[in-house]
Design a protein around this ligand. Structure first.
Ligand SMILES: CC(C)C[C@H](N)C(=O)N1CCC[C@H]1C(=O)O
Length: 732
């Protein structure tokens, strides 16, 4: 296990790796492997829901459930990979074998997305959806097994490459490792959606999911090849037998033995695991104690990930109610998430080279557990920021009717102004081809509306909880038309658009993105979703047409009224009235940056430190297992999000953010108390002392045979505790 030469002075690191600037060269292959693997994973994930929805034609509910199940599985399988690595194959072989499984899974996904394979009638849609579904599910299962399985091994394997006196370099390695995770994920989440948007196919051109999955598959093959190239340089710790089975048996025996000796006549032992001493190696018992201590400390940690994961759900939904226009750059709501990896790439170096050294210079001992506590507090602050932004957004949102209420807007389709009297309101003069500025609120039910001169009164039924527009015809004796309007903001920051035809002839309306179909005279179209930016609508009647252009922001709804006076063949820009039913989002997306900043600063302090802490506090034979324990906190955090989303029925979103922030602060207080009682250990030192003592005992036993075994166990136990205590002195 010793270094070939002192890595600080010599040319060789642990294993057969050369040392460059104090770092083993083998590390290069491991971080490049992580970069490619994360590119592969996050790239595939970026288009997965769209693949389910548009290729496999699943509904939204099924698509999101399978997506979340897959993500949760990816953070559960690390346990499996870690057990295989620490007990059986060793980390190196586990990474190689599971990377192959992973790459096969990615290839299966890419193949499952080739529509031509089963498109025998060549109409552009797969004929046997079962084939595509089965292949993609097999692919996803293999990917979950591979990505989760190798994740704890790669991090721990990287840590293994450092010698005993390279703590600083090992800490930097974990920071660079995290940079690679986020560099890979950032690039792939930008690139794969672009690949998906391409059209490809042999018989017919369709959205190119096969390319969007194929490139991540290729990157996974690159990750594997790069890892194999470094093979000759790695330090490869041998697995020490079926350690997990031994651990389980040892814990089981300690519990059983403690129970058997529960009567007061038996003296107490320092730790309940000491009840395994009669049967198990003291080194193993000490190692189990180390792992249990850390795992106990992990209990509150999933709460951090519960907040962190809401970036992808709640915060993205929040962004859909905001304005993403950054001048030359227009940001879509889901693109805001890339702010996290971008900030990671800037904050990790700043923290490592500026903030932490500065804190150290101020004489403060900013220990890993203190960093993690501050990280949690920063995440809570991020949620307070999210709540403040939400309050701003809520102020700009329209008031929609409650279930007992109803809202009514008026649109004069005639070419003369009309006077309208609504119950409880002053008479309103509506100019030609104009709508009332806003909706009028009523109790749902029937009301009488009077209009015109001579005045005529007509009953109108208002639906409960509905927003409606009354289309007032040019000939007032004609039948009234009522439209059903939106009662919520359009989804995903899109704009909901419809047309009302005030002409005596039917009009066809279309844009590049939507077709409103043929709209009958004095009638209206359904809503279509239009993205932000400029849109040009073509209005057509028979062979005649004209164009109408306008700009859209985010999250608005408009009714475009086509005047009865429109003349085709001329400019129809002045012959269409835009009636704003729902205002575009006005709170700018830039206001989300502070919350992203705080959650990412929190992540750097919490996650990068946690990764390194899990390595440094793990016994040599359970490094991957503790990494898996760390990743398990991510999985539990994911589950809590799912449960909370179902259970928490807090009507005000800002209040839900405050609730989460308060929960994290409460958890943080508990964690800091637990951390206060935690004593840092140096597993290598403890293990070395135990091994030395075992060797000494062996020598003793050879020279002095026949000592009573129980007595020896007691004496050894006391000595070992002394050694263990000496090696565990630093507190939080
Ligand atoms: C969500 C980002 C793209 C990645 C994130 N900053 C991150 O690095 N991680 C989230 C879970 C743990 C860690 C990872 O290993 O991916």
């Amino acid at each position: 296990m010793a270094d070939k030469e002192d890595p600080k002075n010599g040319k060789m690191g642990k294993g057969k790796s050369k040392v460059v600037c104090g770092y083993p060269l083998s590390i290069f292959f491991i971080v490049v492997n992580e970069f490619c693997e994360r590119f592969s994973y996050y790239g595939m994930r970026a288009v997965l829901v769209l693949y389910f929805k548009y290729f496999l034609r699943w509904d939204d509910d099924l698509a999101t459930s399978i997506y979340h199940t897959f993500v949760a599985l990816c953070y559960l399988t690390p346990i499996l990979g870690a057990i295989v690595a620490d007990s059986w194959l060793g980390k190196f072989k586990t990474i190689i074998y599971l990377s192959i499984v992973y790459a096969v899974g990615q290839v299966a996904m890419a193949v499952s997305a080739i529509h031509d394979i089963t498109d025998s009638d060549r109409d552009g849609t797969p004929d046997s959806m079962t084939f595509h579904i089965v292949l993609s599910m097999v692919g996803l299962f293999l990917i979950a097994l591979g990505t989760g399985g190798i994740k704890p091994c790669v991090a721990a394997f990287g840590g293994d490459q450092f010698g005993e006196h390279q703590d600083r370099q090992r800490r930097t390695f974990f920071s660079v490792f995290y940079l690679c995770i986020n560099g890979g994920s950032l690039l792939s989440t930008i690139i794969t959606p672009v690949l998906r948007a391409q059209e490809c196919g042999i018989y017919s051109k369709q959205k190119c999911y096969s390319l969007a999955f194929g490139v991540p598959a290729a990157l996974m093959v690159v990750a594997l090849v790069v890892f194999i190239i470094g093979s000759g340089m790695y330090y490869k710790a041998e697995p020490q037998g079926n350690i997990m089975l031994d651990v389980c048996k040892c814990i089981g025996f300690a519990i059983k033995n403690r129970y058997r000796h529960r009567s007061k006549q038996y003296p107490k032992r320092q730790h309940w695991m000491d009840w395994a001493e009669e049967k198990y190696d003291k080194l193993l018992i000490a190692q189990i104690k180390m792992v249990l201590k850390v795992l106990f400390l992990y209990i509150p940690l999933p709460m951090f990930w519960t907040l962190f994961d809401q970036k992808g759900s709640r915060w993205t939904l929040q962004a859909t109610t905001m304005d993403g226009n950054f001048g030359a750059l227009v940001i879509q709501p889901d693109q805001m998430q890339t702010v996290n990896p971008i900030l990671i790439l800037t904050l990790v170096p700043i923290m490592d080279s500026l903030i932490y050294p500065l804190i150290k210079k101020c004489g403060l001992n900013f220990t890993p557990l203190k960093r993690m506590t501050v990280g949690m507090l920063l995440a809570a602050i991020a949620f307070v920021c999210a709540a403040l932004v939400q309050i701003q957004i809520d102020k700009t949102l329209p008031t929609f009717p409650s279930t007992s209420q109803s809202q009514l807007k008026l649109l004069n389709m005639g070419s003369n102004s009309v006077t309208v009297k609504l119950p409880g309101n002053d008479a309103l003069i509506l100019p030609a081809a104009q709508a009332s500025n806003d909706y009028y609120m009523f109790q749902a039910g029937q009301i009488d509306i009077s209009f015109g001169n001579p005045e005529m009164t007509k009953p109108v039924t208002l639906g409960s909880g509905q927003r409606q527009t009354l289309l007032i015809p040019s000939t007032l004796s004609d039948e009234l038309q009522m439209t059903n309007d939106l009662t919520s903001k359009p989804q995903e920051g899109n704009n909901a658009i419809r047309f009302v035809n005030g002409m005596k002839t039917a009009v066809n309306v279309s844009t590049a993105a939507a077709d409103f179909g043929l709209i009958e005279p004095f009638y209206y179209s359904n809503y279509s979703q239009i993205k932000n930016g400029k849109a040009t609508f073509t209005l057509r009647s028979g062979s005649q047409s004209c164009e109408y252009s306008t700009n859209f922001g985010f999250g608005s709804s408009y009714t475009f009224f086509i005047h009865s006076t429109l003349v085709f063949g001329s400019n129809c820009q002045d012959s269409v009235t835009a009636v704003e039913d729902i205002k575009p989002n006005s709170v700018h997306m830039a206001l989300q940056i502070p919350q992203y900043f705080f959650i990412t600063a929190g992540e750097v302090m919490f996650s990068v430190t946690g990764l390194e802490f899990s390595y440094s506090q793990a016994p040599s034979n359970m490094k991957a297992v503790l990494q898996a324990g760390w990743l398990f906190t991510v999985a539990i955090g994911n589950f809590i999000v799912l449960i909370v989303a179902e259970l928490a029925k807090i009507p005000k979103q800002w209040a839900e953010y405050v609730l989460f922030a308060s929960l994290l602060v409460a958890v943080c207080v508990i964690f800091s108390i637990m951390a206060y009682f935690y004593t840092y250990i140096d597993p290598t030192e403890i293990e070395a002392q135990f091994k030395k003592k075992i060797n000494e005992d062996d020598e003793d036993d050879k020279s002095k045979p026949g000592k009573a075994e129980v007595e020896m166990v007691k004496r050894d136990s006391i000595k070992c505790h002394d050694e263990y205590d000496k090696a565990t002195q630093t507190k939080m």
